[in-house]
Design a protein around this ligand. Structure first.
Ligand SMILES: CC(C)(COP(=O)(O)OP(=O)(O)OC[C@H]1O[C@@H](n2cnc3c(N)ncnc32)[C@H](O)[C@@H]1OP(=O)(O)O)[C@@H](O)C(=O)NCCC(=O)NCCS
Length: 197
């Protein structure tokens, strides 16, 4: 263990360099729901681009952010110290979900709002979520998947140390064609080696 006390470690647990992960606030919902229903974002992360009723998309974020089980965690991502935003701006949402007690694989889903993309927020929030998953949720593996055409996401995930584990062929249909789903993962041992405390 490092030299920090338990309390110091916990104080920094949800804080990155550019972002903080915090609990969902009611005022986050219109923006998160709007991003979820934005077809330009949906094509990158959903099986369909069809908007869903606002109350349904808001309910998704409420469910994903409940944090009432040890198998999942979900947070609003807010900025701190970024050049393009005010501190405390809502920039996205992130979840780690689906952990079962034996295999302990946490699956991450992340969405950064369009005007905040490409400024380091996604990478920073993912590093924080890796810490939460491995150091606080007891994950054995963190997994991610993305469509093969989502090059920004793939480049980022690989740069953080995720390893490509395989691909599900023709998993999704967008723009008149089928696309593969790329599955990536990081084991706890790989996390400790790369980000060790
Ligand atoms: C994919 C996604 C999560 C990535 O988050 P992001 O905040 O846009 O990504 P980052 O800015 O952290 O990193 C992406 C790029 O910005 C660069 N970057 C990192 N820090 C930066 C900084 N401080 N300033 C400028 N650029 C920076 C990274 O090096 C990377 O560069 P690259 O394009 O050469 O790889 C985000 O774009 C997103 O939510 N997209 C839409 C939905 C989606 O695709 N979700 C994932 C589905 S699996």
């Amino acid at each position: 263990m490092a030299t920090t006390t338990m309390q110091e470690w916990a104080d920094g647990l949800y804080k990155g360099e550019l972002t903080v992960l915090r609990g969902l606030l009611p005022e986050d919902l219109p923006e998160l729901s709007g991003w979820w229903n934005d077809s330009g974002l949906a094509v990158l992360q959903r099986y369909t681009t069809s908007p869903i009723p606002t109350e349904d998309s808001e309910e998704l974020f409420r469910q994903w952010s409940k944090n009432d089980t040890m198998r999942a965690a979900g947070f609003s991502i807010v900025s701190q110290g970024g050049e393009m935003s005010q501190d405390g701006d809502l920039v996205g949402h992130i979840t780690a979900w689906g952990m079962d007690p034996r295999v302990r694989t946490a699956r991450i889903a992340i969405m950064i709002g369009p005007r905040y993309q490409g400024q380091g927020y996604g990478g920073d929030a993912l590093r924080v979520m890796l810490r939460v998953a491995f150091e606080e949720m007891a994950a054995h593996k963190v997994a991610l998947d993305t469509w093969s055409f989502n090059e920004r996401a793939l480049r980022l995930y690989r740069s953080l140390g995720f390893v490509e584990e395989g691909r599900e062929r023709d998993a999704v249909f967008h723009r008149s064609g089928f696309h593969d789903k790329i599955v990536l993962g990081m084991l706890e041992s790989e996390y400790r080696e790369r980000y060790g405390d």
